[in-house]
Design a protein around this ligand. Sequence first.
Ligand code: HEM
Length: 258
Amino acid sequence: MHHYRQAKKRMVKVVKNIIQEKRRKSNDCTTGDVIAVLLNNSSDQLTDDLIADNVIDLMIPGEDSVPVLMMLAVKYLGGCPLALQQLEEENMQARDRKALRGEHLQWTDYMYLPFTQNVITETLRLGNIIFGVMRKAMKDVEINGHFIPKDWCVFTYFRSIHLDDDLYEDPYKFNPWRWKDKDTSSCSFTPFGGGQRLCPGLDLARLQASIFLHYLVTNFTWVANEDCVINFPTVRMKGRMPITVTRKKGNLLTPTDD
Ligand code: HEM
């Protein structure tokens, strides 16, 4: 806890320096980054401390979870050649379609790659990157016949929902096809939490994972070392799962090309 507090203090200092620098060069506040948006907010409740806290609150959850999502997708795809093949076909087709029309890939193109989205959804379900969230009862409450007294803490355990065989057939199997034409906005799929505290980064996380998978499968092949997933205290690979990546021959595109 002590190290955490010290690290947080150092981060606040770094971010506050950036804020003060931006305040000094006031024309820098016109660029559309998060600090500029918060600085341009006319509310005087947004002190530099609060802006720094907000920025750090965005950085910490965003920093680790998306790379873990990408790593798990690589791991699961390695064990499911059919899914990898379909993912590759979908992304190759999207890339070639755009190239034929001389267009660039856009945010919306990634959102409408259905199989890619299903791979990400299934990775979130099986991987349980955030395996649950804490809540405190603000008053006595009864949920489904269970009485929770005021001030008690409740841990909602997402893993038990996502791996429940009443809800998901063969729940430990990576099966992106189970999401075909299925709604992901249900109480039995909550990788980003729900309600008022629903993760505000959920679209960004999906977009980043889609872009990563797109460039990975269209430009590269890979061989991953044998490894296994550790679920506690956080989700990670036991041996950090090194992979050997080889560029595919042919016309390669980089993120700056499209
Ligand atoms: C795979 C990626 C991600 C997963 C699985 C994930 C999951 C979650 C979950 C379950 C919560 C709810 C916590 C709670 O209810 O107590 C949450 C909250 C939050 N997430 Fe994410 N997240 C991801 C990516 C991101 C990204 C990329 C950002 C920002 C850039 C982000 C920012 C936040 C913030 C600021 C909160 C707190 C919201 C609040 O308390 O009102 N997350 N996330």
